[in-house]
Design a protein around this ligand. Structure first.
Ligand code: CMP
Length: 219
């Protein structure tokens, strides 16, 4: 809890109180943490793993709005506006989360300006990202969107290896397609193209991305 930017401003006593109320939960890949339109029971903190925020498209396909990594929180929107869950959240890798009950979260939000500030900062960051994503969808071709997606994946979830390579647990082609608005077949074709150009390398569960080169070449 202490490593989450949301609660980093809390003192030891407050953190201990929060830890006593939080519930630890584990999820396997593809397990649903909560469903869209359900009632907001609490705020979730991701301790380890990776989760995806998903909504169905009109044709019933999955659309991925965001992917969150360790330290991120989710499920705050329903607690703030008292509306049902705006999206489903599903584990993408084996994940450990802590659930803070809505009343406990409301108490911390009201008693601690640092929690409120951290929350606003993150909501603002997410709006910027959503704006950038919308702009990409409208103005870029699929290869450009894939390159952007891979750069972001490397920056937010990757581990820098040196020599320009960044290692990251590889999302499925289905999930990449659901994040950039294309088909799995197109992702498979374009990933091969990027691999043959030496910009990406896939090996087992890992992908290796030349983040700098992707950005420089603008693909
Ligand atoms: P809530 O609406 O309670 O449940 C779904 C959650 O997904 C939501 O709260 C946010 O925590 C998260 N979420 C929704 N949209 C986005 C987005 N564009 N970027 C990151 N997280 C999001």
């Amino acid at each position: 809890l202490a490593s989450s930017p949301l609660f980093s401003g809390l003192g030891q006593g407050e953190l201990a109180a929060l830890a006593r109320t939080a519930q630890r939960l584990e999820y396997e890949p593809d397990e649903v943490i909560f469903h869209m339109n359900s009632l907001g029971d609490g705020l979730y903190l991701l301790a380890s793993g990776r989760v995806k925020v998903v909504v169905p498209s009109p044709e019933g396909k999955e659309v991925i709005l965001a992917t969150l990594g360790p330290g991120a929180f989710f499920g705050e929107m329903s607690l703030i506006d008292d509306e049902p869950r705006s999206a489903s959240v599903v584990a993408q890798l084996p994940s450990v989360v802590y659930r803070v009950h809505r009343q406990d979260f409301a108490r911390f939000l009201e008693s601690s300006p640092s929690v409120a500030r951290a929350l606003l900062r993150e909501l603002s960051r997410r709006l910027r990202r959503a704006n950038a994503h919308m702009e990409n969808l409208v103005s870029m071709d699929v290869l450009g969107r894939l390159a952007r997606y891979l750069m972001e994946l490397a920056r937010e979830h990757g581990e820098v290896l040196g020599n320009g390579w960044v290692a990251v647990r590889r999302p499925t082609h289905h999930d990449i397609a659901a994040a950039i608005g294309t088909t799995r077949e197109t992702v498979t074709r374009l990933m091969s193209e990027l691999e043959s150009r030496g910009l990406v390398m896939v090996e087992g569960k890992m992908a290796y991305i030349r983040e700098e080169t992707l950005r420089r070449e603008g693909v």
